[in-house]
Design a protein around this ligand. Structure first.
Ligand code: NAD
Length: 485
């Protein structure tokens, strides 16, 4: 198995199927790059349809045994995953910075967040609780139980290489399902490194399979035709999510879809402006803006607009841009040239339409897919960045006058993942939150992600929830037994 020195020999680069690392059936491989240097980090096995078949076979063969384990046993193995991951957090953080580009601060935050899904679902595994009741008309007993659905196919994006995987694997395993996970081709190394940890924690062979592949459509499409696959859990763009929903329909597979966002960030005239600026830095700049939850449109009340922009732009300008591995760097590169070029194009479009650049607005010269932290004001409604996911360090700011106007503009999108609201008036905060067409609201907070909370969107931001008890329910099927005794 070929390994490049940059990532060290302890990071596997093969497909992980039935507890073993192996080459692709046709020997194919693809390169993974460091977005800060544009250097090749590793060459990874490129899974084929035959490999996908082998992975589903392994997961299906392991299903009965894993589902038959007691919830406590499954929980204890997940708890071991938490302990092992926590002990190696720094190693995982560095690996994520290398393959994704994010700053080490962000990567450390992600490692801690990713680990918590193991702890939460270690505790949730025993809480698969059914119900018994009496049918009102006949008196027959109604027994309701939740059974593991079967093999789950999991597809993850590149922006959170660890957390988007553990947020699916942990609840699936807690429920008693077995899985095949296809990581994003930009960032497959973190999940492959995680595979070794599962082995060490005592996860039986075949329960978790990791299948990197550049032929995503063909490989995932093939797995969804297999009747043993009962769940498709996808995190990624709405465009790909729609395709997978079509494919899932053919076998009536349960879909869980965490899709794109276009988060509004609303600051009312009565808000604590310093707190709003702190929150904006997190909501916009966590992960360099490459988050589905990233604030994408800033609506600031006209009375506090200038004060907010001045403080926010100063903080954005002060962020040190550079290789995420270096000390003090607050913003690493974007994941690849395509993402960086899209960000640059959206800024050019806004400026052409009349937006003003308060800070940033340029891609630095030299190697690496960097883009400056950018604040735009006077952005016209027609600017593409208000309608498209920016997925980069760019904050378009607009003014508003009334509460109704803020709500109307926040809701004027096909997305509905999250909205951030800043106000000191709690009754206004809750009133506005209820009127927002989003799955989540950050009220005086710039961060909503929490393993203990149901994460997910409405409208075209998705179906289903991850985290909390709801996250485990995605991998369970409800059976009701009508009985008399
Ligand atoms: P993407 O949709 O391009 O890819 C996501 C995954 O799907 C990758 O593993 C990719 O290889 C795979 N894929 C691509 N085409 C496929 C196909 N035809 N069939 C099956 N799989 C396919 O998304 P991305 O660029 O990796 O990630 C960014 C997107 O993810 C953004 O839209 C972001 O908002 C979204 N996202 C959403 C959440 C959430 O929880 N809602 C979290 C993180 C990212």
């Amino acid at each position: 198995m070929k390994n490049e020195p940059l990532i060290g020999p302890d990071v596997p680069t093969g497909l992980y199927i039935n507890g073993e690392f192996r080459d692709a059936s046709d020997g194919g491989r693809f390169d993974v790059y460091d977005p800060a240097t544009e250097q090749v980090l590793a060459s990874v096995a490129d899974g084929t349809i035959q490999d996908a078949q082998a992975a589903v076979d392994a997961a299906a063969a392991a299903f009965e045994g894993w589902a038959a384990r007691t919830p406590r046993e499954r929980g204890e193995i997940l708890r071991k995953c938490f302990d092992l991951f926590s002990a190696q957090k720094e190693k995982f953080a560095r690996l994520m910075t290398l393959e994704n580009g994010k700053s080490l601060t962000d990567a450390r935050g992600e490692a801690a967040y990713a680990a918590e899904f193991f702890r939460w679902y270690a505790e949730e595994a025993p809480r698969n609780i059914g119900e018994v009741s009496k049918a009102p008309a006949t008196g027959a007993r109604i027994l309701v139980q939740h059974k593991p659905a079967g093999v789950a196919v999991l597809v993850t994006p590149w922006n959170f290489p660890a957390a988007m995987g553990t947020r699916k694997i942990a609840p699936a395993l807690a429920a008693g399902c077995t899985v095949v996970l296809k990581p994003a081709s930009e960032t497959p190394l973190t999940m492959l490194a995680l595979a070794k940890l599962f082995e060490e924690a005592g996860v039986p062979k075949g329960v978790v399979n990791i299948l990197p592949s550049r032929k995503s459509g063909a490989v995932v499409g093939h797995m969804l035709k297999d009747p043993r696959v009962r769940v498709i859990s996808f995190t990624g763009s709405t465009e790909v999510g729609r395709k997978l929903l079509h494919a899932a329909a053919d076998q009536v597979v349960t879909p869980a879809m965490e899709l794109g966002g276009n988060a509004p960030f609303i600051v009312f005239e009565d808000a604590d402006i310093d707190a709003a600026v702190e929150g904006a830095m997190i909501a916009k700049m966590r992960n360099g803006g490459e988050a589905c939850t990233a604030a994408n449109r800033f609506y600031i009340h006209e009375k506090v607009h200038d004060a907010f922009v001045e403080k926010f732009a100063a903080k954005m300008k002060a962020l040190k841009v550079g290789n995420g591995l270096e000390d003090g760097v607050g913003l690493g590169p974007l994941v690849n040239a395509e993402t960086r070029d899209k960000v640059a194009r959206l800024v050019e479009d806004a400026v052409k339409r009349g937006a003003k650049v308060v800070t940033g607005g340029k891609r630095p010269d030299g190697k690496g897919f960097f883009y400056q932290p950018t604040v735009l004001t006077d952005v016209p409604d027609s600017a593409e960045c208000l309608h498209d996911e920016i997925f980069g360090p760019v904050a378009p700011v607009q003014k508003f006058k009334t509460e109704d106007e803020a709500i109307r503009r926040a809701n004027a999108t096909e997305y509905g993942l999250v909205c951030y609201v800043y106000t000191k008036d709690l009754s206004r905060g809750l009133r506005v939150s209820e009127k927002l067409e989003t799955g989540m609201v950050g009220l005086n907070r710039g961060l909503v992600s929490d393993p203990a909370a149901a994460f997910g969107g409405v409208k075209q931001s998705g179906l289903g929830r991850e985290g909390a008890h709801e996250g485990m329910m995605e991998y369970l099927e409800t059976q009701y037994i009508s009985a008399v005794w």
